[in-house]
Design a protein around this ligand. Sequence first.
Ligand SMILES: NC(=O)c1ccc[n+]([C@@H]2O[C@H](COP(=O)([O-])OP(=O)(O)OC[C@H]3O[C@@H](n4cnc5c(N)ncnc54)[C@H](O)[C@@H]3O)[C@@H](O)[C@H]2O)c1
Length: 356
Amino acid sequence: MQGKKIAIIGAGVMGKKHAQTIIKHPNTELVAVSDPYSDAMAQEFNVPNYKDLEELFNHVKLDGVVIANPNRFHVSTAIQCMQHNIPCLLEKPLAINTKEALCLIEAQQKLNVPVLVGHHRRHNKIIQQAKEIIEAGTLGTINTFNALWSVYKPDSYFDIEWHRLAGAGVLAINLVHDLDLMRYLNGEIESVQAMTSNKNRNLEVEDTISILVRFKNGALGTLLASDAAVSPWGWDQNTEENKDSFAVSPDQNCYFISGSEGALSVPNLEYWNYPKDQLKSWAVSLIKNKIEPNKEQDVYINQLTHFIEVIEHKAKPISSPEDAILNIQLLECIEQAAKNQNTVYIEQLNFLQKTA
Ligand SMILES: NC(=O)c1ccc[n+]([C@@H]2O[C@H](COP(=O)([O-])OP(=O)(O)OC[C@H]3O[C@@H](n4cnc5c(N)ncnc54)[C@H](O)[C@@H]3O)[C@@H](O)[C@H]2O)c1
């Protein structure tokens, strides 16, 4: 197969990660970069940098782009690419708010150009394995979904001004991924409650948050997180997915899911059921089973492989704009619930009503 010609828009930390992935992937070729403020990455990878996006489109024939510029440009950049009929792998978040995200969805439905949103954890094979265990009915009807993400961000992280301000905390930056996986594994969320604390660092931004969710299927969930807590529990530490940034604690789990027939911990993929033909009772010992988690992978390579399938119309995006907007809406509802100390119900969005 001929390599897909891909350009990176936004040559920062994530742009570089994507560039390294494109270089490593056998079926993609990095052909250009577009960053108005820096030529450094283009020089490093020996490709041209077009400071103006239209210049890029005029000079290079592209099969796709990876958009990794600052969040506030995601919607306008993706629409510009779609107008040139170029499929996008758009870094998360889809947009800075639900209203903007709806504009992108409207444009995408009109232009009909594929957009894959970079919720990369969905491409982790461990998540596919956990989903298979759940979909096989091993847990029965899910009742509880308990998620943890606690880690100590170094004090120097907060030397950067915007890291200290509301909106740049553990909820928006880190937990959006956990919320996305909670939805992916157990379906949509109906309502939320939340409490935040900033007492550990005394900054404007929250350092600790507790979220309660009610899923549409009736299950209840919690997501408890802190970036000021010393702990081995969190997706990044436990899956070894992000070894460049996080020290690993591979023997620990971060998700605990239980239902009418059994329980599952993720990512070690141990699951518990009563022995067959026994009455279900708290007095009966559970049998522990295990599937070996598939950790031999590069999640960004998996994501890029999927993007190629999306470009070739062989697959629908595993994280589409219509799906990713629900994460943004969820963040907004959690912020509101924490601020007003009430239950916030997730409203159905107009585009869903239209297509329902
Ligand atoms: N998937 C993940 O886990 C993950 C992790 C970190 C960041 N991100 C996302 O990746 C994106 C980039 O984050 P980052 O940490 O690499 O930021 P960064 O600040 O390191 O890089 C942003 C780059 O975009 C460039 N830029 C600014 N305006 C631009 C424009 N109009 N067109 C093109 N380039 C422009 C800047 O010069 C900079 O090089 C963000 O949307 C962020 O949310 C995702």
